[in-house]
Design a protein around this ligand. Structure first.
Ligand SMILES: *Cc1c(COP(=O)(O)O)cnc(C)c1O
Length: 410
């Protein structure tokens, strides 16, 4: 016998050690937002974010004006990078910067990586990686005359070490994969895939967009060479918030990113002749850092540090486990299938459901304040963000989806 699923939500909420964090978010009335299930696409803002932005504009920007650069802003890409690294990425200081967008950082890091392995002419990637990752690497391959080795990944699962072992060899310069697959939510075994790639002499790069702030990451321990990710998904940085890049300390003197701007220069304000890269990870910067867009990160990192990434992961697994039970009990009878890993060890922070015609359900869901994410073909992604989502909210959202399914039989 299956237990009463709404009652289970109430129990899970009552037992949730992170429940109080929900009060820190800006919460619109239920008519507008009943159930937010898209934390994996755009995280919700904190009350503190509104306050910090206002303060920043009035006091720092408005009050300090150009002096602000010398009084701290210039260091933000590095100091915030270090904080993010220690709270969410398992990265020791001096290896992470906040800058640009994920897309641009993929270009900068991947271009640097292939240039550092001149005898090797192949980049390995998988067919189900996020489009921007694939497109940027295609562009680099065209630019540098490289060959692309595509691993066919199952869209319901994701990249496995055996598949990587089959294709890497002495010609592989770089492998690039996502830690959590954007479609299925597959959680890759980063350490094992790195071992396989490193045994062939390749550099490894990981896209952390769907894991940063949701799944514990241990970049240093896992031997990751390069990594990128965004801060507007589980890190709640806001639409268009800047991205982050990680470059392993041992590689910092060797790898040179291609966009040589004044902010990555050894002495930006000497305005001298000829580019000389700054020491360390600062050399990943190009132009003026997006300081205003980094303001929300301060609040979000404080919150994540207080909650702890392990506790976030524990709640995330309970949330996605609950989604799976609701899907099996309420939605499967209406032809809905789960296209995400059920094994908690291989499951990231979201679950994708599929049924023909799901596309037509998106608007009625949105109109009722239930907000999942739609991904072609016919996939509804359910991405509950552990710090802002309750079990009751998940229950209400999927109950509404069940109602729509009942009204629209196939
Ligand atoms: C969200 C996401 C991106 C986004 O890149 P932008 O440059 O911020 O648009 C890239 N890769 C993955 C895996 C993502 O999930």
């Amino acid at each position: 016998m299956i237990d009463d699923l709404p009652a289970r939500a109430a129990t899970l909420d009552a037992d949730d050690p992170l429940a109080a964090f929900r009060e820190q978010f800006i919460t619109p009335p239920p008519a507008e937002l009943l159930s937010y299930l898209d934390g994996n696409s755009l995280g919700r803002p904190l009350e503190a974010t509104a306050r910090l932005l206002d303060e920043f504009v009035r006091e720092q920007w408005g009050g300090r004006l150009i002096r602000g650069w010398d009084e701290g802003w210039l260091e933000w890409p590095l100091t915030l990078g270090d904080r993010l690294g220690s709270i969410a990425l398992g990265a020791g200081a001096g290896q992470t910067v906040i800058a640009d967008s994920t897309t641009v950082l993929i270009y900068k890091l991947a271009r640097a990586a292939v240039a550092a392995r001149p005898g090797r002419r192949t980049v390995v990637l998988d067919t189900d990686n996020f489009p921007t990752d694939r497109y940027v690497i295609e562009g680099i391959a065209a630019e540098c005359g490289l060959r692309l080795e595509w691993i066919e990944t199952d869209p319901a699962t994701g990249i496995r070490a055996e598949q990587v072992a089959d294709v890497v060899d002495a010609d592989t310069a770089l492998v690039l994969f996502s830690h959590v697959a954007y479609r299925s939510g597959w959680l890759a075994d980063v350490a094992e895939i790195n071992r396989v790639a490193h045994a062939a002499g390749a550099l490894t790069m990981w896209d952390l967009c769907h894991s940063a702030g949701s799944v514990p990451i241990a970049l240093d321990e896992w031997g990751v060479d390069l990594a990128v990710g965004c801060t507007y998904k589980y890190l709640n940085g806001g639409p268009g918030a800047p991205a982050f890049a990680y470059l392993r300390r041992e590689l910092q003197d060797e790898l040179r990113q291609p966009i040589q701007g004044w902010m990555g220069h050894r002495a930006s304000f000497e305005m001298g002749h000829g580019y000389e890269a700054a020491a360390g990870v600062r050399a990943l910067l190009s132009g003026t850092p997006p300081i205003l867009a980094m303001v929300p990160l301060h609040a979000n990192l404080d919150m994540l540090a207080a909650a702890g990434i392990e506790a976030v992961r524990a709640k995330s697994l309970l949330l996605t486990g609950y989604v799976l039970d609701l899907a099996d009990e309420w939605l499967a009878p209406h032809g809905v299938t789960v296209v995400s890993p059920r094994d908690p060890a291989r499951r990231g922070g979201h679950v994708t459901l599929r049924r023909d015609g799901f596309k037509d359900f998106l608007q009625p869901l949105w109109d009722s304040g239930v907000i999942p994410d739609y991904r072609r073909p016919d996939g509804l992604r359910i991405g509950p963000a552990p710090l802002s989502t309750s079990f009751g909210e998940v229950c209400q959202g999927l109950a509404l989806l069940r109602e729509l399914l009942e009204k629209n039989p196939r």
